[in-house]
Design a protein around this ligand. Sequence first.
Ligand SMILES: C[S@@+](CC[C@H](N)C(=O)[O-])C[C@H]1O[C@@H](n2cnc3c(N)ncnc32)[C@H](O)[C@@H]1O
Length: 323
Amino acid sequence: MGDYLQTVTEVYAQAARQPDPGLCCLPTAVWQLPGLSYPPRMLEMNYGCGSTVDPREIRQEDSIVYVGVGGGLELLQFAYLVRRRGGVIGVDPVAEMRQAAWANLIEAERLNPWFRREFVELREGDALALPLAEQSVTVAAQNCLFNVFRETELRRALSEIYRVLRPQGRFYTSDPVAPEPLPRALTEDNRLRARCISGCPTLETYLAVLSETGFGRIEVRARFPYRVLSPSEFPALKRPVVLESVEIVAHKVSPPSDGPAVFLGETVTYIGADQGWLDEISGTYLPRGVPMPVSRHAAQRLSRLPFIWYTPPTWYARPNGCC
Ligand SMILES: C[S@@+](CC[C@H](N)C(=O)[O-])C[C@H]1O[C@@H](n2cnc3c(N)ncnc32)[C@H](O)[C@@H]1O
C-alpha cells in the first residue's frame, strides 16, 4: 500500500491550499458561544467529524494539546475556554496546514476582542512522535485524524497521547468507525484512507486499543451516522455500509480491578421494595427509581438481578462517579 502517510500529508497540504468543505466534515452545527466569531475560511476548513470541545468540562487552568489542527476551528474553541498564553498547543506535520490555521487565527484575533494569537502555539510535529514532554498537559484532543492510521500507527498515536497526559488527564477524540472491517480494495486505497473513508476501525477495536493503551475509564459520548458507502460508489462493497462518527473521552486513570471501565450510556435502576440498594462489589448505592450510569462490566453483572431494571446503551455516557 506504499507510504500511506505520505498520501495523508499530500491530501492535507492540498486541503490547506484550497478549502474543501466536503472533506471529512459532516454538516453539523459548530459551537456558538457568546462573543465567539469564526472567520469564514476557518468554517470552510472544518475537517472534523464531530466535536472534541466540551464547554462543560474545559477549565481555564487546563493545558491542551490538539493533534491535527486543520483550519484551527477547535484550537479557537479551546482557546475561548482557556484564554491563556500558550494554553493550547496545536501539532501538525503539514506546513501548509499550520500556515492556513495560523492565518485563520490571526483573522479570528481581528474578529474577537477577547482573543490573542499567543493563546495558541502551533508546533511542527507528528501524532506518532508528539513534540511534548511526558505528563505535560491535562487535556489532549484529536478530531478525524486517527482513523486514517493503520492499527500499528493508531496504537503508537494513542501511546503518545497517553505519554504526554498528566495523571487524571482526559483525551477527547472524535473519529468515524466502521461496522465491520472494510474490504482490502478500500483499506489499501491510500487516498480514501486519507479522506477519512476507508481507514476507520470498528468501535470495538477503537475501545480495545484505548483500553490496551492504559486508559482506565472510557466514555462513548456520542455516536451518529457519518457517511454511507454504497456499492454504486464503491463496487468492492456487496451492500451499503454505514460509517458512524463517535465522540469518546478516555481518562488517564487506573482501571478498576475487573479491567477498564467502558461507559456506553447503559443504566441500571433499583426497583425493589426498599428505599435503595447497596451494590457491595462496587460500593455504589442505588436509590430506588433512579437510573445510574454503569460501565459495560457492571451492566453485565447487575442486569441479571431480578430487582434491577437495565436500559441498553444510549451512546451518550456522562457518568458521575458510578461503577
Ligand atoms: C481530517 S483533518 C482534521 C482537522 C481538524 N482536526 C478538524 O477537526 O478540522 C486531519 C489533520 O491532521 C493533520 N495530519 C495529517 N497527518 C498527521 C500526523 N501524522 N500527525 C498529526 N497531524 C496530522 C492534517 O494536516 C490535518 O490538519
